[in-house]
Design a protein around this ligand. Structure first.
Ligand code: ABN
Length: 174
């Protein structure tokens, strides 16, 4: 009788031991680390390491059709890029002003100061939805004509009606 129990317990011990070892293999710390390693390696290989332009996220870098864009630092008028034109070209049907106001703006990409010409585009009505900007950095009161920007620069054109303003870099400020 005793030997029957001995054999029974011995069998039970074996079964429990085998199951415990199998469970340790499957759920143990080593198997967890092995699986985590494979997962991380897979993720690293699958993630493309592409070059991308970080300037867009640099401090101060804003889209051209926002007043905070660096070239608009001394502008007083409607952005032509929101009036059917672009940053530097007048909308179709309008003509660029013969005279302009020139401001000095710092480019956040290289930290240098640039001369920016603010030419008005003339001969078309203003667009209601256009973005109006009044930054006018460096502007001085009206009695200093050369430093005053609240002027219709279409005055020297045949068509004197003001439409919008472009911001054209004309050179480095020395
Ligand atoms: N330079 C833009 C502008 C036009 C008309 C009047 C004031 C300012």
């Amino acid at each position: 009788m005793n030997s029957l129990f001995d054999r029974l317990f011995s069998k039970l011990d074996k079964v429990v031991e085998t199951r415990t070892r199998a469970s340790a293999r499957e759920f143990g710390r080593r198997s967890f680390l092995a699986r985590a390693g494979v997962t991380m390696l897979g993720a690293a290989v699958a993630t493309p390491i592409l070059p991308f332009d970080r300037r867009a996220s640099a401090a101060g870098a804003l889209p051209e059709d926002e007043c905070g864009y660096w070239r608009h630092c001394a502008l007083d008028g409607n952005l032509c890029s929101t009036s059917g034109g672009t940053l530097t070209s007048c909308p179709p049907g309008s003509t660029v002003s013969a005279v302009s106001w020139v401001g000095t703006c710092q480019n956040p990409d290289d930290g240098k100061d640039y001369l920016v010409s603010y030419n008005d585009c003339c001969g078309k009505p203003q667009v209601n939805s256009a973005t109006f900007c009044y930054t006018s950095e460096g502007e001085r009161p009206g009695y200093r004509m050369g430093l005053y920007n609240d002027i219709n620069w279409c005055m020297a054109n045949t068509d004197k009606g003001y439409h919008c303003t472009v911001s054209v870099v004309v050179g480095l400020a020395e």
